[in-house]
Write a protein that binds this ligand. Structure first.
Ligand SMILES: [Zn+2]
Length: 477
């Protein structure tokens, strides 16, 4: 039984899908005018972990992740349709490209980063710019039903018309009155009304025709349009980072539920903010790290993946280079463990050894994951297996059939963790050939040649070890 913390109910609830065996899932995707930072990566990793574990327990998942390629606006006041700069246009000016070129470039970067992180691609990555008609249809529906109003070519959602406004974030209109500061727009009735359609200034490059003006959609409406288009009116799970909750997803709920008359999302799942060296990430602090920054320091995408899995998604994780170093050590530990198991598994079986009960570990793993995806605890079960089995490997009491059993267990568990181990990396044919030649040199006692070949292999970024089971080759991590 899987329990997930639902931001909407503020409790851990038993997960049940709307349709038996199937899950519809939506993740707020990237705004493609800049590089992803590691906080974004962590939010997409959560989405990946949810999906992987649902598939592990037998669900068929359909995941949609949108690409925000319309040129706005993530600052809260700007997203409300008030003021501010168009970030896509700014990036276009800065990089001397068209907004479309900017969007495609950063979309490709996003896709590449997800690939390196071994995040399974969503089933579809719909682009906002390809769904303007769907957005217009929803806005028309909201106007018809009296939830929205138009003035001077701008259309706003009237938050006072939706009783449940604030149910996700706790920012009810009552609460928002206290201490909240928001820039006024002359065409708005209430300060917290948000834009559905914005009339484009003359010089604006990305604009479309609509019944109200030549303009562009507000930020929030795209997710409602794409979610209902690909997953239906009510979906099982919607994920995002904590910073998506307000105003973005609060607005998604308001406009979608008023339009369809049905509940929008059953489970809302969010990562908490990532801290870097105990501080909030920001450009001015210079701690807005990307995957490239991680790799420049000699770490890998998998080190980062393990680091994020090592803390619970709802804890305010602190990123530091020391913690990444620790994750790197742990990955090597797992890597060595798997290599040792493979060596034992390839031996002839000795059958009179005591058998290991792998179910105990599997149960621990599943119990941890079923409790709101507690990946640190699930990893602890793995480290426990490693300690226990390493002892047996050291005193040669592990049978090859047990080694095979544990390798199967790891494969199963790792379908959820999604770690690519360097020992399991594809070894290119040319390297395999060098390893073979070195074996021949060793057989012929040509140690000079053997050493030269080893140096050559290492130059290609591989590590060669001579074990009692023969040469072992793996990618240097
Ligand atoms: Zn969204």
């Amino acid at each position: 039984m899987l329990n997930l913390y639902n931001t909407l109910s503020k409790s851990k609830d038993e997960f049940k899908s709307i349709n038996p065996g199937k899950v519809g899932m939506y993740t707020c995707g990237p705004t493609v005018y800049g590089y992803l930072h590691i906080g974004n990566i962590r939010a997409y990793l959560l989405s990946d972990t949810v999906r992987r574990y649902l598939e592990y327990i037998g669900y068929e998942v359909r995941l949609i992740k949108n690409i925000t390629d319309v040129g706005h606006l993530t600052d809260d006041d700007v997203a409300q349709g008030d003021s501010g700069e168009d970030k896509m246009l700014k990036a276009a000016e800065r990089e001397k490209k068209t907004p479309e070129e900017i969007a495609r470039f950063y979309e490709e970067y996003f896709r590449q980063t997800e690939k390196e992180m071994n995040i399974i691609p969503a089933h579809f990555f719909p682009r906002a710019t390809a769904h303007i008609p769907q957005m217009i249809k929803i806005i028309e529906g909201l106007l018809e039903k009296g939830y929205a109003y138009e003035k001077n070519g701008n259309v706003f959602f009237d938050v006072t018309k939706f009783e449940d406004y604030g149910k996700l974030s706790g920012n009810t209109l009552e609460n928002l009155k206290i201490g909240a500061r928001i820039e006024e727009h002359p065409d708005k009735k209430n300060a917290w009304d948000f834009a559905l359609w914005i009339k484009a200034p003359e010089q604006h490059l990305m604009k479309w025709e609509s019944p109200w003006s030549i303009g562009y959609p507000g930020w929030h409406i795209e997710c409602s349009a794409m979610s209902t288009e690909y997953l239906g009116n009510t979906i099982d799970i919607h994920t995002g980072g904590e910073d998506n909750i307000f105003p973005h997803q609060e607005a998604e709920i308001a406009q979608t539920e008023c339009y369809t008359g049905q509940k929008f999302v059953n489970f809302w799942i969010h990562t908490r903010h990532l801290l870097v060296d105990g501080k909030k990430m920001s450009k001015s602090k210079g701690n807005l790290f990307t995957l490239e920054d991680i790799k420049e320091k000699g770490f890998s995408a998998m080190d980062l993946r393990l680091l994020f899995l090592s803390s619970h998604y709802r804890s305010q994780t602190n990123f530091s280079w020391d913690s990444l170093e620790q994750a790197h050590t742990n990955i090597q530990k797992i890597n060595d463990f798997i290599l040792n198991l493979e060596a034992v598994a390839s031996r002839t079986n000795i059958t009179n050894l005591e058998q290991i009960n792998t179910n105990v570990f599997l149960e621990k793993f599943e119990a941890a994951m079923n409790d709101d995806l507690n990946t640190p605890l699930a990893l602890a079960a793995v480290y426990e297996i490693i300690t226990e089995v390493n002892k047996k490997i050291d005193n040669e009491t592990l049978s090859s059939s047990d080694a095979k059993k544990i390798l199967m267990l790891w494969k199963k568990i790792n379908s959820v963790f999604g770690l690519i181990l360097s020992g399991q990396a594809e070894i290119p044919e040319e390297i395999k050939l060098l390893v073979k030649q070195r074996q021949e040199a060793r057989n012929g006692k040509d140690f000079k040649k053997s050493d030269d070949l080893r140096a050559l292999i290492e130059k290609h970024g591989f590590i060669l070890e001579d074990t009692k089971d023969g040469q072992k080759i793996r990618l240097a991590s």
